[in-house]
Design a protein around this ligand. Structure first.
Ligand SMILES: Cc1cc2nc3c(=O)[nH]c(=O)nc-3n(C[C@H](O)[C@H](O)[C@H](O)COP(=O)(O)OP(=O)(O)OC[C@H]3O[C@@H](n4cnc5c(N)ncnc54)[C@H](O)[C@@H]3O)c2cc1C
Length: 527
């Protein structure tokens, strides 16, 4: 069968790929093919904000695992990643955070990512955003990505914010505005109590266009190269091997795990490593799969009294209420409140974030709740450790070897210990204190450093933010240049979380959508 022809072929319909497909197809004179390995995003568990952990380890999940982590008592950490239209924007916890302005200035100044400083990217955050409360120089109100104040907030979240303010963290009602530091309730990417993914915001509205073809259950297996030019994609759909030809460009948006894997399978990567699997080296690119960064999180877990636990609302009544009105406890995104703060005063920007949940959330929510509890999860957002991702096979269906190297740099562990201590201070006084029955993990509210390290070893998990494996910049080992073009290959870009040279200080969905928005302009030649 002859290859189908399009101007652009995009691999991956996630936070970046979905936005790019929609923006490129605004021009009716170009044809766009969007390939997605997963299926349609048609489950209630996707739409119900509180249900996202129910997607883990199901057909919706790529179900990755890291290699055993020394600092996590040798545990392998589960890494859920969504396999469906919308990518991880259809599975995430919907917290709307952009990171700190210093993150983007660092991309520009330390990595040579010209055009990606905060002043350059702010217009793209605003272009994407449809915020229903905030409207000023930092916020957009008419972009496709709905951002709202959550319609349901548990009493424990309100109480924790108040107590945190009393403990000396200033209140912040806009973590994405003039200042990131402080404590408050998170805004969410929802519309009237229902998840608003990139599929809702970008892909579905664009699917009415004749020039956009969206193909689900289509797994890209190789980038097709002619000499040093990318000319298309080989993919599998319904048990058949197919090819799609790209007259203009191939854009890889498979996310921080799959994009470097696909590059390596196609002969673009560290030559010696590819030769271990008899893969012909088309382009020597030592940085592919390197520079892996993720945000680790570990909860301070406390038993509660005199209140409810979010987990007890998994009832038919709550489901009906949500279905009829988009209200009630199922509207909770679990991580309802949070804070940004510094482990050391002399730091230029926060290195720690808290995700507070009115339930005992640990081990990705896989554990049955044993007693009513609350979680104050310290999250390291300015990570020094660097991990890597390697192939385990030349077979595209094999999962790669993922090593985030959590806490291997001692500075990361020191910052987490400081964060844990600060988290404990936030629960010392009313109104939250009156809801605390007893500490759970660690077993004391006055732990030694050793007890905190033990709690981190027992509880630390991913906050689901891997980035950096196809890093952008001008260094010898940068995988893509500041226009996201893959070094050494014509007609090929990577655009997703993998291009971030450094993980931003905060959740990564909005930054990845920003990358998609800017990538579309770069491809159109308009940036
Ligand atoms: C459980 C969870 C909770 C999170 N919570 C938050 C949060 O609250 N706030 C926040 O800001 N961020 C959050 N994140 C992170 C955020 O969602 C991601 O950083 C972001 O979605 C990454 O976007 P991406 O475009 O890089 O990749 P993805 O969104 O993962 O998209 C990649 C897409 O490519 C597809 N794909 C991969 N390989 C192939 C292939 N070979 N062929 C065809 N298709 C392929 C995948 O199926 C997927 O649809 C969370 C993530 C998870 C998993």
């Amino acid at each position: 069968m002859p290859a189908e022809k399009f101007d652009y072929v995009i691999v991956g319909s996630g936070s970046a790929g979905g936005a790019i497909a929609a923006r490129l197809s605004e021009d009716p004179s170009v044809s766009v093919l969007l390939l997605e390995a997963g299926g349609e995003d048609d489950a209630d568990e996707i739409k119900i904000p509180a249900a996202f952990p129910a997607l883990f380890k199901t057909k919706w999940d790529w179900s990755y695992q890291t290699v055993g982590q020394k600092t996590l008592n040798g545990r392998r950490a589960d890494w859920p990643r969504m396999k469906a239209l919308g990518g991880c924007s259809s599975m995430n916890a919907m917290i709307y955070i952009r990171g700190n302005p210093a993150d983007y200035d660092e991309w520009r100044d330390a990595y040579g990512a010209t055009g990606w400083g905060y002043d350059d990217v702010l217009p793209y955050f605003r272009k994407a955003e449809g915020n229903t409360r905030l409207s000023d120089e930092y916020h957009g109100t008419d972009g496709p990505l709905h951002v709202e104040d959550r319609r349901y907030t548990h009493e424990l979240s309100h109480a924790w914010v108040e107590s945190s303010v009393d403990s000396g963290i200033k209140r912040n009602d806009d973590f994405n505005g003039a200042e990131q530091e402080g404590v408050g309730l998170y805004q969410v990417t929802c519309k009237k109590g229902r998840r608003w993914s990139v599929a809702d915001a970008y892909i579905r509205p664009a699917m009415t266009r004749k020039n956009l073809t969206v193909r689900t259950n289509s797994f890209a297996t190789k980038i097709l190269l002619e000499g040093n030019r990318a000319v298309g994609i080989a993919y599998r759909q319904g048990g058949q091997d197919k090819t799609a030809h790209a007259d203009a460009e191939v854009i890889i948006s498979g996310g921080a795990v799959n994009s470097p894997q696909l590059l390596m399978l196609s002969g673009i990567g560290p030559g010696a490593h590819l030769r271990e699997f008899d893969i012909d080296v088309a382009v020597e690119s030592p940085g592919v799969g390197q520079n892996l960064q993720d945000h680790p999180a570990a909860g301070l877990l406390l038993y509660t009294k005199g209140t409810t636990d979010l987990a007890q609302f998994q009832t038919v009544g709550s489901l009906l209420k949500w279905k009829v009105s988009g209200r009630g406890p199922l509207v909770s995104n679990i991580g309802e409140a949070g804070a940004f703060f510094k482990s050391r005063e002399e730091l230029a920007a926060p290195d720690l974030q808290i995700h507070m949940a009115p339930s005992g959330f640990y081990d990705n929510g896989f554990r049955e709740p044993v007693r009513h509890s609350v979680t104050i999860a310290t999250t390291l957002v300015n990570v020094q450790s660097r991990g890597s991702l390697k192939l385990r096979s030349a077979d595209p269906t094999w999962h790669p070897e993922i090593d985030p190297a959590y806490f291997e740099d001692q500075a990361d562990l020191d910052a987490m210990i400081a964060g844990y201590r600060r988290a404990i201070e936030t629960v010392g006084a009313d109104p939250i204190a009156r809801f605390i029955a007893a500490p759970w993990i660690p077993a004391s509210l006055n732990p030694t450093d050793g007890e905190i390290v033990a709690a981190i070893g027992q509880l630390a998990q991913t906050l689901y933010h891997p980035v950096g494996t196809c890093s952008m910049g001008t260094a010898d080992d940068s995988v893509v240049d500041p226009e996201l073009k893959v070094n050494g290959v014509e007609g090929l870009r990577v655009a997703d979380a993998s291009v971030m040279p450094r993980v931003p200080r905060g959740n990564t969905n909005a930054p990845t959508i920003m990358i998609g928005e800017k990538a579309a302009d770069l491809i159109k030649g308009a940036s």
